[in-house]
Write a protein that binds this ligand. Structure first.
Ligand code: HEM
Ligand code: HEM
Ligand SMILES: [Fe+2]
Length: 466
């Protein structure tokens, strides 16, 4: 990173813009997207702890009545999706000016859109507390709010689209915009409620699966490519070549891979084959991405100065492989999914995949952009790295504990054929372990986030680079 000689920045907030760090003034909108995203992530974790408590202990009915599991679970998952989407949007607003080599088309629209999304989020959370929900997991928000989301998404696509149209066109921008349009279009398929439940689930998965195993992969690949080019200095052409190959593979395997959710919902039998074969192949582009990331570093052969960004980038490559690749593969074949479907094995995979692939990817981008936005070029790396390890190892611990609970559940309920509560009694200990690791996830997250928004500029001679 270029060095500045001034020593400033400290406390929460943006520093004075340093043009060598943040070349375009409009990139600064990203700051607020990131700050809101971090706050929502913390809230998501706090609610997650309550979910773990609900499994680990027998709670008095009077408390359950106030904080029922269904309501708090909806808050936990919706907060997750909201903060990740805000992170993607902030990341997009940060990188588009540098790629397109021009200011964002409209800064007021970018802020308006942030307000629309945050407003929807608050309305949704308050609504859940009063039972205002569609009931469909992850897509619980009522149809009225869906329309606000659509308007917000249209503003976003228009704003980014116009910037790209008027500026330099790069492969990263093409891929990013393609992924964002795909993401928005898929959301619309999840809006109507179909009376036939098989049809309803069929399209529900278009949102849930095709987001995380399709559109989001494109957005992720583009953001990661941007960061890799900046941090390693590897030739754009090399990074872009892999971007094309990976994206092609993601789409090829991920689209038909949706079939791994159609095994037991009443869809035609052919999905057992299509889903099994294609979803098993989804592991290939994920492996390609990991190999590619390490290869990029080796090819360049220089010591990477931005240690924190690099730790998070490698973390997301490996986390993606473990959570989505290994844990996904483990239960994707129909012969295994027949037993594990809808159990805590699924939840274990959900945590490791979402965290490894998307939480860490977002945090990689945040760590790239936030110090620059705050005018900090050199800062202590230790708290950020400590936060990374505490958070990541704790998520792994949580995932393994949930996985063990899931295997017990599967065995007791589906092999032995015993009752739901018989299984729950055996699982309770493992949810205490989940709760234990959950506390550490929150601690690790707080350490790294606090450092991200407050890290102070260090003097040149201190020689600890970002
Ligand atoms: C980063 C990418 C991924 C994320 C974020 C993710 C997340 C999730 C989540 C949250 C669920 C639970 C949905 C629900 O029932 O409410 C799920 C289910 C599932 N995922 Fe993934 N996943 C990813 C990639 C993969 C991959 C690559 C595979 C296969 C190789 C896979 C295989 C499965 C299967 C088979 C299920 C259904 C489990 C069941 O029947 O209960 N996932 N995933
Ligand atoms: C304080 C840490 C956390 C705790 C204690 C926790 C706990 C839980 C619990 C108990 C559930 C309900 C599972 C069920 O329905 O039976 C859940 C759901 C979920 N959580 Fe967390 N969570 C935490 C952090 C996270 C993080 C960091 C992520 C992602 C980055 C995440 C993503 C999810 C997802 C996607 C689901 C839905 C899973 C599914 O559909 O199967 N959680 N969480
Ligand atoms: Fe899937």
């Amino acid at each position: 990173m270029q060095q500045t000689t001034t020593v400033r920045a400290g406390g929460i907030g943006m520093g004075v813009r340093d043009e060598r760090l943040v070349p375009y003034a409009s990139q600064r909108v990203a700051y607020w997207y990131f700050v809101v995203a971090l706050a929502l992530f913390v809230l998501q974790l706090v609610v997650g702890l309550w979910l773990a408590i609900s499994y680990a202990f027998t709670i008095p009915q009077s408390i359950v009545d106030v904080l029922p599991f269904g309501m708090t679970r909806a808050m936990h998952t919706n907060l997750l999706v909201l903060w990740l989407l805000l992170g993607f949007m902030g990341g997009t607003y940060y990188l588009v000016p540098e790629e397109a080599e021009r200011e964002i088309y409209s800064v007021p629209l970018a802020y308006l859109q942030l307000v629309a999304f945050v407003g929807t989020g608050v309305a949704a959370l308050v609504g859940f507390a009063f039972g205002w929900t569609q009931g469909r997991p992850i897509l619980e928000i009522p149809t009225l709010l869906d329309f606000v989301v659509v308007i917000g998404a249209l503003i976003f696509l228009f704003n980014v689209g116009m910037t790209v149209l008027k500026g330099r066109k790069t492969a990263i921008l093409g891929m990013l915009l393609g992924g964002l349009v795909f993401l928005a279009v898929l959301y619309v398929f999840g809006m109507p409620f179909y009376r036939n439940l098989t049809i309803d689930w069929f399209y529900w998965w278009w949102v849930v699966h095709l987001w995380v195993e399709g559109a989001w992969e494109l957005v992720t690949a583009s953001i990661l490519a941007f960061v890799l080019i900046k941090v390693t200095g590897v030739d754009r052409k090399v990074v872009e070549k892999y971007l094309y190959i990976e994206t092609g593979l993601f789409l090829f395997t991920g689209l038909a891979g949706t079939g791994h959710h159609y095994y037991w919902i009443g869809a035609p039998r052919a999905w057992l084959w299509v889903g099994g074969i294609f979803s098993a192949m989804e592991v290939l582009p994920i492996i390609a991405m990991v190999v590619d990331t390490f290869h990029t570093q080796r090819q360049r052969g220089v010591v990477i100065k931005e240690k924190v960004v690099w730790t998070f980038a490698l973390g997301t490559a490996i986390g993606h492989l473990i959570g989505a690749g290994v844990w996904g593969f483990a239960h994707t074949l129909p012969q295994i999914n027949y037993y594990t479907h809808g159990s805590q094995v699924t939840a274990s995979h959900g945590h490791l995949a979402f965290f490894g692939a998307y939480a860490l990817l977002n945090l990689t981008m945040f760590w790239y952009a936030m110090p620059r936005l705050r005018g900090v070029t050199r800062f202590k790396t230790y708290p950020a790295t400590l936060g990374f390890w505490v958070m990541s190892l704790a998520v792994l611990g949580l995932g393994v504990a949930m996985g063990i609970a899931g295997v017990l559940q599967t065995y007791i309920e589906r092999v032995l054929g015993q009752g739901f509560m018989t299984a729950q009694a055996q699982m309770q200990f493992w949810f205490k372990v989940v709760l234990f690791f959950g506390v550490f996830i929150l601690v690790g997250a707080l350490i790294t986030f606090w450092h991200m928004v407050t890290a102070k500029q260090m003097r040149e001679e201190a020689q600890e680079s970002p």
